[in-house]
Design a protein around this ligand. Sequence first.
Ligand code: THU
Length: 143
Amino acid sequence: MKECLQIREKGEKMEDKLLIKIAMEAREKSYSPYSKYKVGAAVYTRSGKVFTGCNIESASYTPTICAERVAVSKCISEGYMDIDTIAVVGSEIKTSFPCGVCRQFMSEFGKDIKVICARNIDSYDVYTLEELLPNSFGPDDLD
Ligand code: THU
């Protein structure tokens, strides 16, 4: 997180690899005693803020929340609507993509959000939310 402050102070763009590293650190906080599948996420805003999240499971299963929605909720609830990028890290072997609910949840805040699906800092794929959730229902449809 120290690196984030330095990046903001210098007005530099967040590096994909640094955001992945922050998501990997967030994954350590995962509370996933049922699936034992740890996920970490890190949101980067255009204003230079970083918000992290991990998956949090529940003994009654349904209330389980994904890492992406935790990170995005923290970001929005702190007043930052300008999401630029989100990095997600689950398995180091097989790429972990955001689930359908998370894709819909994130799309509320921009179809052009960059989504980094990472296995580790050297192995990752980059998509836009539009690519992951084409032709989606969104705020404009309620006009
Ligand atoms: N999970 C996430 O955190 N993000 C996703 O996009 C997919 C799934 C979590 C939820 C649950 O705690 C565990 O992974 C297994 O489904």
